[in-house]
Design a binder for this molecule. Sequence first.
Ligand code: PGA
Length: 249
Amino acid sequence: MARKNIAAGNWKMNTTVSEGVDLYNSLAEHNVPSDVTVIVGAPFIHLTSLIAAKKDNIKVAAQNCHYENSGAYTGETSPSMLADLGVDYVILGHSERREYFNEGNALLAKKLNAALANGLPVIFCCGESLDIRKAGTQNEYVTKQLEEGLFHLDVSQLQDVVIAYEPIWAIGTGETASPEQAQDMHAHIRSILVDKYGSNAAEEMSILYGGSVKPTNAKEIFGQKDVDGGLVGGASLKADMFKEIIDSF
Ligand code: PGA
């Protein structure tokens, strides 16, 4: 896919199904600018209702999937189930999945392959902890996450991937990376994409920033040259706040 402006919400484990449908319907009333793609990442149990309510202007994402299409994996949801339902994207590699559910780069590479094989585009997350940021090794760390999780893809597969850079120290903390910190990392990510896939593919990649994006800071962050939008947690749970973020490009 060509480089897009993307406002993606990550509801995490929040809202009941009916609250989620209400939130979706409220967002769907919004006059989304034609150059902005809006996505909401909802819990699995919400997806059937959201797909039934779906409007063209708000796409629907799952927050995870398994790497197999079926089998004896109690409690899991497969990419073929999501694709069949009409889900538009799946978020993979969120730091909360990495940290609390032990998802490493090798596992994420398998999930990524399975999603893409089912025609399900992926929002692939990366980002460093505070310790790594303090040590100043964030570029190396994120490079390794992408090399081990993403860079086995060929250039045509890459077209169905959006990268989300989310420094863990800025997630849910109210502390945002400065626009310069975001731009520096996004430029770094784009430069390693150039090295690996060439400048056309790198230019086409949408790279989102995540970590305490709010209506008050979205414009400045999205205004950075290599920042193509946001993956938004807390502020995506309030329709009015998320609408303001959608209008911040
Ligand atoms: P936050 O979450 O906007 O609440 O910091 C971002 C994310 O985890 O995707």
